[in-house]
Ligand binder design. Structure first.
Ligand code: FPP
Length: 248
């Protein structure tokens, strides 16, 4: 598992190293079936397994899932509580299988805001899967792109105030070093399910040159085939990173 930032190279794509997913459509899936919203989230947990399988099978090294946004704290208390319970269940039930597959789990975001049971469970799964080499699975929880950037600015402001950092020498690498994703390459591919065309405050810094794939299915219906389709489509993209690709 590589943990160093890579500089982007323009040209043809092959297998993306880092795939990020906005898992959207749980609520609509439940509504279509006349079920409460939390049933949509429960069904969404199955799709998380599919995405992990798809990533391992495709040879992707890092999979980052948007599991709970900072804005999601404004949802009704029973939905928040259902999401915390599901997260805890996922961490409790999947640990040994993920470890067997060589999946290393990390939780990125404001973990101090998580319900105590969910927090303890995700910390246990982080410990038990540490060192897995097949895939790094990042669960973004109580996370938003703007909040992450504000947190990074505060970190850098403290370093400037203490005299450790000269404001005129602040560079992109300093900001990257203060993000939750420090040390990871930016996502090559972003998948969003349910057909919506929005970033929804997700990885605003890291997605600068990321290719986007919109999957037309609601998240609970997302399968490893949808993941593989996105990866195959990525293979046909030409990435330029704002530059010109030589045609010779
Ligand atoms: C967006 O659908 C999805 C979420 C807010 C939560 C995602 C959670 C899961 C997939 C289940 C648990 C995850 C893990 C990692 C164990 P939405 O509710 O906004 O759907 P809608 O737009 O149709 O209302």
């Amino acid at each position: 598992m590589s943990s160093t930032s890579r500089s982007p190279h323009p040209g043809d794509c092959s297998v993306p190293v880092h795939v990020a997913i906005i898992m959207d459509g749980n609520g609509r899936w439940a509504r279509e079936k006349g079920l409460p919203r939390h049933e949509g989230h429960r069904a969404g947990m199955k799709a998380v397994r599919e995405a992990v399988e798809g990533a391992v099978e495709s040879g992707v090294e890092i999979l980052t899932l948007f599991a709970f946004s900072t804005e999601n704290w404004q949802r009704p208390p029973d939905e928040i509580s259902a999401l915390m319970t599901l997260l805890q269940l996922y961490a409790e039930r999947e640990g040994s299988e993920l470890k067997e597959k060589g999946v290393e789990v990390r939780v990125l975001g404001e973990r101090s805001r998580l319900a105590p049971g969910a927090r303890a469970a995700v910390e246990r799964i982080e410990d038990s899967t540490r060192g897995g080499e097949a895939l790094q699975l990042n669960l973004m929880i109580s996370y938003s792109g703007r909040a992450e950037i504000v947190r990074a600015v505060r970190t850098l402001a403290r370093r400037v105030a203490s005299g450790e950092l000269d404001p005129d020498e602040v560079e992109a690498s300093h900001v990257e070093g203060a993000l939750y994703t420090t040390g990871l390459p930016d996502p090559d591919l972003l998948i969003r399910s349910s057909g919506e065309l929005r970033l929804s405050n997700f990885m605003l810094w890291q997605l600068a040159y990321t290719e986007i794939h919109i999957a037309p299915v609601l998240w609970p219906d997302f399968t490893r085939k949808d993941f593989q389709r996105a990866v195959q489509e990525f293979d046909s993209r030409e990435r330029r990173f704002g530059r010109v690709v030589s045609s010779t």
